[in-house]
Design a protein around this ligand. Structure first.
Ligand code: PRP
Length: 217
C-alpha cells in the first residue's frame, strides 16, 4: 500500500500541537494546511515529505500510537504515565514543563506525614495510586475528577489533590499549596514499537534532528 510510506503523527490538540509544529518547522518540516486557525479539519498531509499529521485529544494520543494508527505521537508525560500504553518514549521535547504534585491546604501536610488514610481527588488516578501505594506506602481513596480538581479540598470532597502545577496561580488563588512533588513533566515524543522497527531509518533520523534542535534551545 502506498499509504504505508507516510509517517503519521498524532499531536495533542492545542498549545502542545502549536509548539510541536514550531519545532518541526525549525528543522524544515512544515504543514501549511495546519496553519488555518478557522479550519475544523483534523488531518493534514505534506505530500512532498510523505508525512501526515492529525490532531487528537491528549489522552487519546498514546492509544493511536499503541495501535499503530499513528507511528509517532507528541503528548505530555502526565498523559503517557496515566495511559500506560505500549509505546516507546524516545525524546523529551523540553517544552510544556510543569510538575505533578500533591497539593492541598497547608494543614493537610500532617495527614501526609502521619500516613493517614486520606481522600485524593485527581484527573490522574493511576499516577496518584502508583505514588501513594508504591512510593509512599500510604493507603488512600482515589476520587476521579475531570477538571477543576482544586475544588476537591475546598468543598471537602477530598483531603488533597494530585494535579499539574505550572505557574502555581490556580493553587494560590484557591488557598492551596504544593505539599509534595510526584514528578517533573514536559512534552514527550512517543513511537509505536512496530513502526520503530519498520521505519527505523526515517524515525531515528527525525529523532536525532529534533534532539539536536532541542539541545540547542
Ligand atoms: C491545569 C491543572 C491546574 C492548572 C495548573 O488545569 O489541572 O488546574 O492547569 O496551572 P497553573 O499552576 O499555571 O495555575 P487546566 O487549565 O488544564 O484545566 P482543568 O482544571 O480543567 O484541568
Amino acid at each position: 500500500m502506498c499509504e504505508d510510506r507516510y509517517l503519521t503523527f498524532a499531536l495533542g490538540k492545542g498549545r502542545l500541537a502549536n509548539k510541536t509544529m514550531e519545532l518541526f518547522e525549525s528543522i524544515g518540516i512544515t504543514c501549511e494546511e495546519m496553519k488555518d486557525k478557522d479550519s475544523r479539519k483534523l488531518i493534514f498531509v505534506n505530500e512532498e515529505l510523505k508525512m501526515r499529521f492529525f490532531l487528537a485529544k491528549g489522552p487519546d494520543v498514546p492509544t493511536y500510537v499503541e495501535y499503530g494508527a499513528a507511528d509517532i505521537g507528541v503528548v505530555g508525560r502526565d498523559t503517557i504515565l496515566e495511559e500506560n500504553r505500549n509505546v516507546y518514549e524516545v525524546l523529551d521535547l523540553g517544552y510544556g514543563k510543569c510538575r505533578m504534585c500533591v497539593c492541598g491546604p497547608a494543614s493537610a501536610a500532617a495527614l501526609l506525614q502521619n500516613h493517614e488514610r486520606i481522600r485524593v481527588a485527581t484527573k490522574y488516578p493511576l499516577i496518584a495510586k502508583e505514588y501513594f501505594n508504591n512510593r509512599k506506602h500510604q493507603s488512600v481513596d482515589i476520587i476521579k475528577l475531570n477538571g477543576s480538581v482544586e475544588l476537591g479540598p475546598i468543598v471537602e470532597l477530598s483531603d488533597v489533590i494530585v494535579d499539574i502545577v505550572e505557574t502555581g496561580s490556580t493553587l494560590r488563588e484557591n488557598g492551596l499549596v504544593v505539599l509534595e512533588e510526584v514528578c517533573p513533566l514536559s512534552a514527550r515524543m512517543i513511537v509505536n514499537p512496530v513502526s520503530m522497527q519498520m521505519q527505523n531509518k526515517a524515525i531515528t533520523e527525525l529523532v536525532n534532528r529534533l534532539r539536536k534542535k532541542v539541545l540547542e534551545a
